[in-house]
Every structure is written in structure tokens, then in C-alpha cells.
Design a protein around this ligand. Structure first.
Ligand code: FE2
Length: 381
């Protein structure tokens, strides 16, 4: 049986057959409650706001009768529930990992991108969707803008709404082909949770994130065609992840190094599906060039770091989240029926303002290599 011992910094777990207890900090425990307030019971997506957790708050452990877990009572009045099953799982993963390999990593940015940490200072040209679909010069310009900035807005013209799906498909074919996932090829995004167990299918505010941290090869591009905008709110939000990486590497190199080296697991769970993958927030290529930013606190899976690295990780991850949620860094895109909004899911974090009314988008994913290919072929870059 697993023995739980309350300690100053958190709890110690003595696993069967192991002499050395595993330490789990109070902060980690507050971040990994299994009660309804801490996480969604159906999707297991995180509900607790990781970034407002008081790292110095100590809890009081109350063991339950059935030996399956325990509750923690916190100074602010909250109570979280914890299972020994989850703790045994993360401790096993922790023991199996050689953390000394997680060394600080230097990186530099690709030299052909335009950063827009201040969106007022730099923005891609808007493009007309009809011209993008019909004219190679406009396609080349759009591809170049999308590659440099990481997002692009294409304004639609009045057309028969019954052609929405055809136009969404035609857009994909101009760049490559639709990437199929568990969401299908093209999907309808509307507030209807019965279709997929994900917060995207609701009407609440979505904090900036990248999609598919649970996929080894996260889709490189995501796009939406607006069928029906919300009555109020519902603007799409984008934030430049590369600009955040650049700023952190300049001003807080330790945080940048932690984010470039600690592999963060993501997961997606619904009946019959359990996807899981991991990579650092800043993924670099063999030359040390930043190629991908991955950040999704909703879908972050439980994992345990050594205490010293855990503090550095939470601080760095929290600093990243602070910058990602800074309203001064975000672009709010209002779409009208027929407009398309496409962004680089390896760079631009996206979110959504809360909305009222019925908001209906058609969405799909594309591969990153297909955008890169189009750029080489059409622009020569
Ligand atoms: Fe998303």
C-alpha cells in the first residue's frame, strides 16, 4: 500500500518496494485536484487556474476511509480531492525519467519571420478570399504573409451560404490538403458539447493556446470559415508565441531555457480515445532554431519534476502564460460570414472571447510542411 506522509513542502509518498519517498509539492497538488472544481470530470481538462495558485500555501491532508486517496483542505477554504492511482502513475513516470538530460537549451529565431509582440506595430496584409482562390499572385502574397506573420485574415465576398463548405475546401486545396484527425476533416464548431468533449465546443472564453499538444505532429495550420458570427463577442484571438520566446530569451534566459528543455505532456480523452504526446513549450530543430511553440494548460497531463526543477518550471510556465494572456499582445479578429481566418498552430496561440448567441464556424487543419512547400514553390523563400 502507498503510504502518505504530510511534510512541510507537501506530501511524501512511500511506494511499495521503494525505500526513498517521492515528494509532491503543495503547489503541484493544488494544480492536480481531481474534484469537479479542479478539472472537468468528463474531459479531464484542467479547470483550476494554475497561474493564480499561491505557491507558499500549505494544505492539511485528510485521508479517506477507503485507502484510495485523500482530500486536502487549503487556507483559502477550498478542498481538493486526490487519488493514489494518479500519484502512483506520476511517481512511476518521474522515477523512470533521467532529469539530468533536461539541460538548459539555447535557441534562436528563424530569420524570415516578422514578430508582432506589439500587434499595432506589425500586421499582415488582409487578403481577399476570392483573389486568393483565383489568382496565383495573390495566393503567393498570402502564403508569404502567413509564413512571415503566422496568421492571415481573408475577407469573403457575398456568396451563396450553401457554398460555405465548398469554399472552405477550396481554401485548403490552395495550400495543400485537409489533415484528418479524430475531429474528422472539416468540422463544424458550434456550442454543442455532445459532438466532442472539449471546451472549444462551448461559448466560454478560451485563453490563448495551441491545439493538439497531445499529438506528436500537431497540425501546422488551423483555419476557420465564419458561417455565422456570435451576437456579441466571440472574436478570435491570436498571440505571437515566437515574440514571447524572443522576449524571454532576451530578458529571462533561465525561464526560456526551462521552456526549451522540459518536455510537457498533453492529453485528449473522450470515450474510446486517449491521445498523449509531449514536447517542450519551445521546440527547436537540430540547429537550435525555434520551430514550434506548444502551450495548452487545459490539456496538460499530470507529470512530476524534481522539486528544484518544478519550481523553475512553474515560474517559467507561469511567466509564459502571463505574457500569452497580456491583452496588449493579442489581436482580436472579427469575422463576418464568408471570411476565413488561418493561423500557424506551431507559432500563434489562439483563443476566443466569450460570446452570446449562436456562433458557427467551419474549421479544419492543414500540415505545416504544405505551407512551407507552397512558400518555396511560389515565393522561392
Ligand atoms: Fe483551439
Amino acid at each position: 500500500m502507498i503510504e502518505v506522509i504530510e511534510a512541510d513542502g507537501g506530501i511524501q509518498l512511500r511506494m511499495p518496494g521503494s525505500d526513498t519517498p517521492a515528494e509532491v509539492s503543495w503547489r503541484w497538488l493544488r494544480d492536480h485536484g481531481e474534484d469537479e472544481t479542479s478539472r472537468d470530470p468528463e474531459t479531464l481538462q484542467r479547470r483550476v487556474d494554475t497561474f493564480s495558485i499561491d505557491a507558499s500555501a500549505k494544505g492539511r491532508v485528510e485521508l479517506t476511509d477507503n485507502d484510495q486517496g485523500f482530500a486536502i483542505h487549503w487556507p483559502d477554504g477550498a478542498t481538493t480531492q486526490h487519488s493514489l492511482a494518479l500519484l502512483a502513475e506520476v511517481v512511476a513516470g518521474h522515477v523512470a525519467t533521467d532529469w539530468s538530460r533536461s539541460m538548459p537549451a539555447d535557441f534562436r529565431l528563424p530569420d524570415d519571420v516578422v514578430l508582432w509582440g506589439d500587434p499595432a506595430a506589425a500586421a499582415p496584409d488582409e487578403v481577399k478570399l476570392d483573389a486568393f482562390l483565383g489568382t496565383d499572385e495573390v495566393l503567393a502574397h498570402g502564403v508569404d504573409q502567413l509564413s512571415r506573420y503566422g496568421y492571415l485574415v481573408l475577407r469573403g465576398s457575398r456568396h451563396n451560404p450553401q457554398l460555405n463548405r465548398e469554399r472552405a475546401e477550396a481554401f485548403a486545396q490552395r495550400l495543400g490538403y485537409i489533415r484528418h484527425t479524430i475531429f474528422g476533416g472539416m468540422w463544424d464548431l458550434a456550442p454543442d458539447l455532445t459532438e466532442h468533449a472539449d471546451t472549444a465546443y462551448t461559448s466560454v472564453y478560451l485563453a490563448p493556446h495551441t491545439d493538439a499538444t497531445y499529438s506528436h505532429d500537431a497540425p501546422g495550420l488551423q483555419y476557420f470559415l465564419c458561417v455565422q458570427p456570435a451576437e456579441t463577442g466571440g472574436e478570435s484571438l491570436v498571440v505571437d508565441g515566437f515574440a514571447i520566446a524572443e522576449e524571454l530569451s532576451r530578458t529571462e534566459p533561465d525561464a526560456a531555457a526551462v521552456l526549451a528543455s522540459v518536455a510537457v505532456p498533453g492529453r485528449y480523452i473522450e470515450p474510446g480515445v486517449h491521445l498523449r504526446a509531449e514536447r517542450p513549450v519551445f521546440r527547436t530543430d537540430a540547429r537550435g532554431v525555434l520551430r514550434q511553440v506548444s502551450f495548452n494548460n487545459y490539456d496538460r497531463a499530470p507529470f512530476l519534476l524534481p522539486p528544484e526543477l518544478e519550481d523553475r518550471f512553474y515560474d517559467a510556465y507561469g511567466r509564459f502564460a502571463e505574457l500569452a494572456n497580456d491583452p496588449a499582445r493579442r489581436v482580436a479578429v472579427t469575422l463576418n460570414p464568408g471570411d476565413v481566418f488561418v493561423f500557424d498552430n506551431w507559432r500563434a496561440m489562439h483563443g476566443r472571447n466569450a460570446f452570446t448567441g449562436y456562433r458557427h464556424y467551419i474549421g479544419a487543419y492543414l500540415n505545416h510542411e504544405d505551407l512551407e512547400s507552397k512558400r518555396r514553390v511560389l515565393v522561392g523563400a
